[in-house]
Write a protein that binds this ligand. Structure first.
Ligand code: C2E
Ligand code: CA
Ligand code: CA
Ligand code: CA
Length: 278
């Protein structure tokens, strides 16, 4: 903030102070959000492109803030990660998913899978972290095959033995692992070498640009081929237009997720979709 006029300087520090204040308030609000029941989970269906049927859904958290309205996870998940609240929030999401998946699998679709986003920090805390989910699954009637853990490349940066050990334990139990936002980071391919995954999710930035140029289309094609060679399921996310969908179908992508098919919806709405298609 050097060499700027006095007013500008003031403006700058004021907005920084406001931002810091907003941050602190949001963090303290977040601490109460679970017990105040302000969080809720939406589900975005994922379709098998060959049959056109729903086979999976991704759980996506929302926060109904008492005064700010619905806060996007893009705004609060990073804060939850910084403050360590992410463990508690993630456990809450897992709990909701377990309740819903039991019902859906029993009544409508026995093979339905729900994908849950996970944060690197959950793999660091060996006592209270994600490993407790495995214990929970063992004790419950939920089949581990019902759960998919979505991980991102950020996990690789914190990678040590615990991370791969934990993922190996989940996979041994039958839980699948999906590599989210594939292709956007620096090391997507080396990630596949270091961690065994079951699913790759092509990032929406590739899907959005698929009809812009030959290069983008080729990139998608190569990711899909890579998935086939490695025996992985490939999900394309962020499909918004039928043109994008047609290209991905021609490239023989396995699964599709995006606004073209459905936005993230309330659990009751997913129940209705499953009922209608069964
Ligand atoms: P993500 O895991 O990449 O999730 C996909 C995001 O793309 C979701 O945003 C979804 O609503 C959005 N999306 C789906 N279809 C389309 C489409 O056709 N076009 C566009 N433009 N967007 C589409 P959302 O729900 O706002 O979530 C944002 C991010 O927040 C997620 O990105 C994920 O990283 C994080 N997140 C959400 N829920 C959780 C959670 O329970 N735990 C953790 N750790 N992170 C979460
Ligand atoms: Ca995801
Ligand atoms: Ca079990
Ligand atoms: Ca993603």
């Amino acid at each position: 903030a050097k060499a700027i006029g006095k007013n500008k300087y003031h403006y700058y520090t004021k907005s920084m102070r406001e931002q810091a204040l907003k941050r602190v308030t949001l963090i303290s609000d977040m601490r109460n959000a679970i017990k105040n029941e302000e969080f809720f989970v939406l589900y975005q269906p994922i379709y098998d492109l060959k049959t056109g049927k729903i086979t999976k859904a991704e759980a996506l958290i929302r926060w109904q803030h008492p005064t700010h309205g619905v806060v996007s996870p893009y705004d609060f998940i990073p804060l939850a990660e910084e403050t360590g609240l992410i463990n508690e929030i993630s456990d809450w999401v897992f709990e909701q998913v377990c309740k819903n998946i039991c019902y859906w699998r029993q009544h409508y679709l026995p093979e339905l899978q729900v994908c849950i986003n996970t944060s690197p920090m959950q793999y660091v805390d060996t006592e209270n972290g994600i490993a407790t989910w495995l214990e929970h699954l063992r004790k419950s009637e939920i089949s581990p095959q019902a759960i998919v853990l979505e991980i991102t490349e950020r996990l690789l940066m914190s990678a040590d033995h615990t991370v791969s050990d934990i993922l190996a334990q989940f996979r041994a139990a039958g839980v699948q692992v999906a590599l989210d936002d594939f292709g956007t980071g620096y090391s997507s391919i080396s990630y596949l070498q270091k961690f065994t995954t079951d699913i790759i999710k092509i990032d929406k930035s590739f899907v959005h640009s698929i009809n812009d140029s030959k290069i983008n289309r080729t990139l998608c094609e190569i990711i899909i081929m890579l998935g086939k060679k490695l025996n992985l399921q490939v999900v394309a996310e962020g499909i918004e237009t039928s043109e994008q969908n047609e290209i991905l179908q021609a490239l023989q992508c396995d699964f599709a997720q995006g606004y073209l098919f459905s936005k993230p919806i309330e659990p009751e709405e997913l129940t209705a979709l499953l009922r209608d298609s069964s």
